[in-house]
Design a protein around this ligand. Structure first.
Ligand code: PLP
Ligand code: TYF
Length: 394
């Protein structure tokens, strides 16, 4: 039967990782996959996570199954981190998932269980896995305008115009912060306008948040999400711990369904448990337990918050350096957007030919849509990228 299977397109971001590894040049720069890297190009285990891991090794007495939704302590800790006091805890159903990807996938599955005809509105562009997962589930996908390729900021008028088509039964997928792949984000008054529109038309939001703390701060990056959950009757939230806790391969994420009352919460919890059971039974626990230990222990948490701050400020510094270097080389302010964007990514607005030219001439690897992972740079490679961009005519 295997001959019946059609070949599936490979993940372009992961293909780029491979191409980078195979490039023999010494002076090559990897701005591809969205993984944080320090100035030496390493993706370190965060200090607090390492400490929690040692403690866990000493104290863990069993690796028997947890519950279908994972450890409740993880859900409680993540609820606090994401939602603060924006909504009562007893209105929120939550289940641990294999990474943020698992959370997005389970969220889509839940939407499909509720309404096979639901349309999911997805920003154009978005994280490619949003689109491929919706396709895989045979769900209806409706792109909405998001990025203005002239200003490299959010095309807010276009976005609002497209979202005005969403109706009861439709879902609008929003990035909680640090939009992937563009780096362009809504400000709080724009979040409010989106909320007002969705409330007016009875549309359900789903928020994917994978970079909390990498933009402007842990609370700042959750501010839009908190406005949504405090004002809207039903919300899905898919959260990833991969980046902000640096636990990528542990596969640590959480899906939350926010409802109006504890009765609906109970039903939603049953649905999240059911979906976990259908797809993998019990979610991975190791990363979730480390995250819980870090969030619940004041000293570990303070150290983690400090390290997240160091990461965020490092990335912001690289943004400012790159924008300044391009200003110096071109005498123009048109690259100022790089310092305005937030999170690990920026879409530069180069053509695929220019992206290819930068790879050939300077060994700079970025995604074909000209998304760069800013964390892949350091003080020495920023001028190389700037030079490559100018040479390619970006
Ligand atoms: N959502 C977005 C927007 C992402 O960029 C990512 C990428 O890592 C994820 C979700 C999921 O990440 P993971 O499954 O590694 O937790
Ligand atoms: O966009 C990125 O680079 C990250 C990492 O299939 C990633 O979100 C990339 C591809 C993929 C899963 C995660």
């Amino acid at each position: 039967m295997f001959e019946l299977l059609k070949e599936q397109p490979a993940d372009k971001i992961l293909m780029l990782m491979q191409a980078f590894r195979e490039d023999p040049r010494e002076q090559k720069i990897d701005l591809g996959v969205g993984v944080y890297k320090d100035a030496e190009g390493r993706t370190p285990i965060m200090r607090a996570i390492k400490t929690a891991e040692k403690q866990l090794w000493e104290t863990e007495t069993t690796k028997s199954y947890t519950g279908l939704a994972g450890d409740v302590g993880f859900a409680d800790a993540m609820f606090g981190l994401l939602m603060g006091d924006a909504v009562p805890r007893n209105c929120v159903a939550a289940a641990a998932t294999p990474g943020g990807t698992g959370a997005v996938r389970q969220g889509f599955d839940m939407i499909r269980m509720a309404d096979r005809e639901a349309r999911v509105f997805v920003s154009d562009p978005s994280w490619p896995n949003h689109i491929t997962m919706l396709k895989h589930l045979e769900m209806h996908m409706q792109p909405y305008r998001y990025f203005d390729s002239e200003t490299r900021a959010v095309d807010f008028a276009g976005m609002m115009e497209d979202l005005a088509d969403a109706r009861v039964g439709d879902v609008v997928l929003l990035h909680g912060c640090c939009h992937n792949p563009t780096g362009a984000n809504l400000n709080l008054s724009q979040w409010q306008e989106v909320i007002d529109l969705l409330v007016k038309n009875g549309v359900t939001p789903m928020i994917d948040i994978a970079y909390q703390g990498f933009g402007d701060g842990l609370d700042e990056d959750a501010a839009g999400l908190r406005m949504v959950v405090s004002q809207m009757p039903e919300v899905l939230v898919a959260a990833s711990c991969s980046k902000n806790f640096g636990v990528y391969r542990e596969r640590t994420g959480l899906l939350m369904a926010v409802a109006q009352d504890p009765v609906r919460q109970k039903a939603n919890q049953g649905m999240l448990n059911h979906l976990n059971r259908q797809n993998f039974s019990f979610p991975p626990d190791h990363g979730a337990r480390l995250v819980t230990m870090v969030l619940d222990d004041p000293a570990l948490r303070a150290d983690w918050e400090e390290e997240v701050r160091e990461i965020r400020e490092g990335v912001l510094g690289l943004r400012e350096q790159l924008a300044a270097e391009l200003q110096r080389l071109t005498g123009s302010d048109r690259f100022g957007f790089i310092a305005q964007h937030r999170g690990m990514f920026s879409r530069l607005g180069a053509t695929p030919e220019q992206v290819e030219a930068m790879r050939q001439s300077h060994g700079v690897y970025m995604v074909g849509d000209s998304r760069i992972n800013v964390a892949g740079l350091n003080a020495k490679t920023v001028p190389v990228l700037a030079e490559a961009m100018v040479a390619a005519g970006v």
